[in-house]
Write a protein that binds this ligand. Structure first.
Ligand code: UDP
Length: 253
């Protein structure tokens, strides 16, 4: 697939290699000049998932754009002799995407997280960007038989940008299957962003972010759920990247 921007292949997934400004420009292009599509974040955890979930890997390969989130994927690029211009983690980039939506007049729907959280996230983002047009919001828990009602509600809201917080890889799979039915042009899988934006989950201090160890903070908050993801997953991810490198894919130019 020809892409209009440079990429770095990490574990067979082409990840955009862009500055924050250029990533926003690409999202605008995808929304306004292309057929739209999926905006996904990739990090060590999600790329580990993609290795063992071919359907998810296929969705990431077909996505309009995959953005590099976190220091693990940055290190993976360096192992290949490349580097990403910026770390495009969702906690920082999603508010910027919503700033773009506000500036361009794109109506935004917030779908996902526990009841009340999407609404709080929308309110927090409206406080940040008063021009933001919130088309609607709803939580991320519904019965499978209600899916068409959910997509119909989004379609009726007139949303052009759909932010979906259902966790990985569910949110990307959901968008792959249902974005067209919602009528939205662009869908972004945002993970725990609504929880952060609503203040339901506390974010790591800035210095941890700078050091690339925000995951240590998340791990301390939810050790039971997250130790496999980080303590097992991070070394596993790097081992996979190193193995791919040693198997012969030469460093990219
Ligand atoms: N979530 C949801 N519906 C689901 C599963 C998860 O709305 O069926 C929400 C959850 O409330 C949270 C977000 O998805 O706001 C991310 O969930 P989680 O932290 O499990 O995702 P991960 O950290 O695995 O990306």
């Amino acid at each position: 697939m020809e892409r209009a921007y440079p990429t770095i292949e990490i574990l067979d997934i082409p990840v955009a290699a862009l500055s924050t400004q250029d990533a926003l420009a690409q999202i605008q292009r995808i929304y306004e000049h292309e057929g739209g599509g999926l905006v996904a974040y990739a990090n060590a955890h999600t790329l580990n998932l993609a290795v063992t979930d071919p359907a998810y890997a296929g969705i990431l390969r077909r996505a309009a754009i995959v953005l590099n989130d976190g220091s693990g994927i940055g290190l993976a690029a360096r192992i290949k002799g490349r580097s990403f211009p910026a770390n495009l983690n969702g906690s920082d980039l999603n508010p910027r995407i919503l700033g773009l939506a506000a500036a361009r007049g794109w109506p935004v729907y917030f779908l996902g997280a526990r009841p009340g959280v999407a609404q709080q996230a929308a309110a927090a983002m409206t406080a940040l960007h008063p021009a933001l047009r919130v088309a609607g919001h709803r939580d991320g828990y519904w019965l499978p038989e209600d899916t068409s009602r959910v997509t119909e509600t989004i379609r009726a809201s007139g949303a052009g940008l759909l932010m979906v917080a259902l966790g990985n890889p569910l949110q990307e799979k959901w968008l792959d299957q249902h974005l067209a039915a919602t009528g939205a042009r662009v869908g972004v899988g945002v993970g725990a962003f609504f929880d952060f934006a609503a203040g339901a989950v506390v974010r790591a201090p800035k210095w941890m972010n700078r050091w690339g160890i925000e995951w240590v903070f998340r791990l301390m908050q939810e050790p039971r759920r997250l130790w496999r993801r980080y303590v097992v997953g991070n070394p596993l991810f790097l081992a996979r990247v190193l193995r791919a490198r040693l198997r012969g894919s030469p460093p990219e130019a």
